[in-house]
Ligand binder design. Sequence first.
Ligand SMILES: [Cu+2]
Length: 342
Amino acid sequence: MPYARMPHARPRAALPAALVVLPLLASAASAHAVLERKEASPNAAYRGVVQIMHGCDGRPTTRISVTIPEGVTGAKPMPKPGWTLATTRSAYAKPYPSFHGTVTEGVTTITWSGGSLPDDQVDEFTFLARVSDDFAPGATIYFPVEQDCSEGGYHWSEVPAQGQDTRALKSPAPAVRIVAAKAAAPAPVKAETEAKAAALAIETPWLRATPGGAKVAGGYVTVRNTGSEPDRLTGATLARAGRGEIHSMSTENGVMKMAPVEGGLPIAPGGTVALKPGGLHLMFLDLTDGLRAGETVSGTLTFERAGSVPVTFAVAPIGAQGPTQQGPGAAVPEAGSHAHHH
Ligand SMILES: [Cu+2]
């Protein structure tokens, strides 16, 4: 459901670079809503972790809504157990370069609601996004946050006027300072991006076919990092699924359990991460159509450093243990075998 737009909560324009001299961190101690990572680089992924430090006068927090400012593209929220996720999409003020040409619209607000975070506990609400190179080092980006409680609420949306001290603000918007990328390559941006993706060898992406009517499918792939920088698999999409998650699987007291992997899967330089049946896997949810053995389905893998990389998944039979195996195999079909509480 789209939420009402609050004009004061949508600073859609980049703010003047002159604001950077302000001591942004000074207000963090008093604000209830802060971003864990206070720096980002142009043309790079940003992992936004909104930390809620207090409720409202002792009341529990029941809703958090983050506004993604203009110039920050491809925002994707991380679902939270116990909270209902909603996003609104809007047209960007202008097109931004992306891996496949340009993007002209995307998620501009992310709302988690329906949970209850007691006043004396803290929690984190996470999204991934990309900072465009419209922001030069020295600029500041603001991510206004609305916090609603069982009674009352706050709009952490105030942005300092030029020359104003952030400490003068009663409810400052969480701020992120733009800094130059540490290993800034002299090569053009596009070549740099391709080189980052080239540092990853993505092997045999495959899916299990789904029994009739199933809304979830397991996906598997092996990723080797042949580069010299660490990277992190943070998400996956499938043309036929509403969303994708990275799951771990474990057996407790003989019962298989799976859970979303918080923060993605790190892949060290020279390292390999293998997603396969019975272990780490991709879980595609809200399928719009079943997956039939022998088909191929396009999708993407999202990496913190390499960004979004297109892949083609081959569909193996229901219950297959590997991408090349034919026949039903011995395994129980994935879709019905473990509870999904998403
Ligand atoms: Cu799963």
